[in-house]
Design a protein around this ligand. Structure first.
Ligand SMILES: [Zn+2]
Length: 93
C-alpha cells in the first residue's frame, strides 16, 4: 500500500480523499463523442483503473483530470463513494 502524497500516511488510513473537492462535468468532443471529466482527485493514477472497470468504459488522465468515455453523470457519485470519496464533496457541473 503506497503512502498518501499529501499527509504521508498509508492510503488505507489517510482521510485526505474524503476532503477532496471533486468536480464532475460532461463535455462533447468531435464526432459526437462525449467524455466525463473528473477534476480534483489527487490519486488519479490509482483510481482510474477502478473507475474504468466499474463503469465498463475507456479513459485517460490529462492534466491531472480523469477523462472517461461516455456520460457517467448518473453513476459517478455512487462509484466514487464506493472508492471512499465523500458524496457531499462531489459536485456535478
Ligand atoms: Zn493523506
Amino acid at each position: 500500500m503506497p503512502n498518501c502524497p499529501k499527509c504521508g500516511l498509508p492510503l488505507d488510513i489517510c482521510v485526505c480523499k474524503t476532503l477532496e473537492k471533486i468536480k464532475v462535468g460532461v463535455e462533447s468532443r468531435s464526432y459526437g463523442k462525449v467524455v466525463t471529466i473528473i477534476e480534483g482527485i489527487e490519486n488519479c493514477e490509482e483510481i482510474i483503473g477502478e473507475l474504468k472497470r466499474k463503469l465498463a468504459c475507456g479513459g485517460t488522465i490529462k492534466n491531472k483530470k480523469i477523462e472517461l468515455q461516455g456520460n457517467h453523470k448518473e453513476k459517478i457519485k455512487k462509484v466514487l463513494a464506493s472508492l471512499g470519496y465523500s458524496e457531499e464533496n462531489i459536485e456535478i457541473v
